[in-house]
Ligand binder design. Structure first.
Ligand code: HEC
Length: 212
């Protein structure tokens, strides 16, 4: 965030209210205002940002949490092999895979010069490799794919089946998969914005820097 760990600590220490709050939160520590404690505080907040969904209720034993169509979609999701890349608590998000494992999508969806992870690792086997997106709340997070070129979830699912699995889905199968993805849409956590401590004359001003 265009800051340095040292400057973050100076900034927090410049506002007595922050110091009091860190002391209260990290009770018993001699120097509670540290960069790591700041990160812990943010992590603790982020850990509350969960969106319990019907699929969670289903996994917890509530058989009625999914419709029959969603259950059929879940079966397809596992049988066709989607779950090989989209798995874990966020139904994806923890692995890199080639986009176009079986058949490379067209340049309209995967621009030719856009080589994904290759840009970071410069390893040939990482060409067109991307993070398998987490699928929680995917119904409300269009557009899809890193290129953001696909707005219809049905189309995104069909592209996935063709490019990653070499499968052409029927309309019914596509609808069932999309219905299952709908069961990953959960209740958004209510977030109350805090009133932040006011800066003091000791608070470092943002460095004037133009551009990225
Ligand atoms: C070989 C691994 C692999 C398999 C198998 C796979 N996916 Fe994906 N999926 C990916 C990757 C990688 C991306 C990210 C592509 C990108 O960002 O351009 C992705 C992206 C998606 C997206 C877009 C999510 C978003 O927010 O942009 C959806 C939806 C999706 N997959 C659903 C499925 C479904 C349904 C199946 C089964 C028919 C499937 N995937 C099979 C690797 C896979």
């Amino acid at each position: 965030m265009a800051n340095t760990p040292e400057n973050v600590v100076v900034t927090l220490n410049s506002m007595p209210e922050y110091v009091d709050m860190f002391r209260a939160a990290f009770d018993g520590e001699k120097e509670p205002v540290t960069f790591d404690n700041m990160a812990r505080a943010i992590e603790s907040f982020e850990a509350t940002l969960i969106t319990p969904a019907p699929f969670d209720a289903y996994l917890n034993g509530d058989e009625t949490a999914l419709t029959d169509e969603q259950k059929a979609g879940l079966a397809l999701f596992m049988d066709k092999g989607c779950a090989a890349c989209h798995s874990g608590v966020n139904v994806g998000g923890h692995g890199y895979y080639p986009f176009g494992l079986v058949e490379k999508p067209g340049a309209d969806i995967l621009p030719v010069g856009d080589k994904g992870r290759f840009k970071v690792t410069e390893t040939v086997s990482d060409e067109y490799v991307f993070r398998a997106a987490p699928l929680r709340n995917v119904t409300v997070t269009a557009p899809y794919f890193h290129s953001g070129k696909v707005w219809d979830l049905k189309v995104a699912v069909q592209i996935m089946a063709e490019s990653q699995l070499g499968e052409e889905l029927s309309d019914t199968e596509t609808n069932q998969l999309v219905a299952f993805l709908g069961s990953l849409e959960g209740a958004m956590p209510p977030v109350t914005l805090p009133v932040l401590p006011a800066e003091t004359s000791e608070t470092p001003r943002p460095a004037a820097k133009v551009g990225p």
